[in-house]
Design a protein around this ligand. Sequence first.
Ligand code: ATP
Ligand code: MG
Length: 445
Amino acid sequence: MGFIMDLPDNLKYILSALENAGFEAYVVGGAVRDKLLGVNCEDHDVTTNAKTEDILRIFSDCKIIPTGLKHGTVTVIYNGSSFEITTFRSDGEYTDMRHPDKVTFVTNINEDLARRDFTVNSMAYSKTLGFIDVFNGQNDLNERTLRAVGDPEKRFEEDALRIIRAVRFAAKLGFSIEENTLKAAYKKLDNLSKLSVERVFSELTLTLCAKHAPFALDKYRKIFFAVLPELSAMDGCEQYNRSHSYNVYEHTLKALESCENVTPIIAWAIILHDAGKPFTRIVGEDGFQHFPDHWIVSEEIAVKVLTRLKAPKAFIDEVRFLVLYHDNLLLGGKPYLKRLLKKYKTSYIDDLFVVKKADLYAHSEFGIKRFEPYYEKSLKEYREIIENDECYSFDKLDISGDEIKALGFSGKKVGQLLGVALDAVIDGKIPDEKDKIIEFIKNYE
Ligand code: ATP
Ligand code: MG
């Protein structure tokens, strides 16, 4: 039986319930991998020879979500935790590069493990039957290697998403892709164009947010650029300038590495922030290279890439904002920041400071010294605005439309006066105090 895995109680309950009903039940895939690596795992996938109707019956007291009935997957919510339970299956052909045309339910755990992508993801553990590792996943785990289960070319032909998943797991685990697996991945790169963009976006996002993303995107850039050709011009694009010590792609990966607060939106903004640089490069009178207005071209590229990948509109909107403003030194002080706050959500500005910081610390020593004071100053101003709840919007302004009406104004004039009053408060000409605002309005014009 080998070693005994320490499993969370809720998972033990799920496995026992299946076994008590006469079925085999294993925790499988990422949960086993992460357990062996000693890292915490949130999702527990369970595989069993019980069929969907058996699973529904066994867990009839639990909330059940029919996640993928056609593929034999249901999600069981037990005691606040959710478990994806899938009947043993082997996948058929993927002629559309998206979904298996049909899944075949099988009776043996080994056949189920054979359909899985990488050996480190193909291990299973049962409470009674122990650890099942037919593809030597544990060995590859010790060697920090991602090796396709079976013939890599065939596996990537079946589902080209596995090529991106190889980079995703390199980014998550800091592992390297085994030589033959990598060769096969490169050989099948053309198949990536046939994938559904939603699947690509989801795997890419997981990749960008993963701990070792800079390592994986450096080492496996060929795969990355195959799905994001718009970014390939950054590779090797030098920037001879005192403020930089890296080329554009290296700088971008450095920025991702120095980012302290990666979210999907921030990760995409960082990866795209300088994508316009290769298209705007000039040599200035100072003899250095410059990239005038590169943020505008980067924004265009961001919109193109994320629209093609069918990212949600709100997602694209924020990434656009972050890319467009990433290089802005925010020299206009509090009034400028307040106008940004008036126009955009606070969360956008919070994220902008995260992106700007990541970008800043991916410059040369000289560049960091040069730009750090601007960053620090604007961050301090921004924090003050938020902490002091300073006025930057109509709802914070200490006067309402009705109160302006009560002064004898009507129609469009009311809105216009609200606007000039807010501008005056934002610019610090008058304090946000009702009597001062009324005085200002009375003297206006
Ligand atoms: P994570 O913890 O990052 O979610 P994971 O290993 O759980 O990692 P999932 O994408 O959740 O990854 O997939 C669960 C399991 O299903 C994988 O471990 C793998 O065994 C299998 N799997 C998922 N997608 C594929 C695929 N496209 N081809 C083959 N097997 C796959
Ligand atoms: Mg998972």
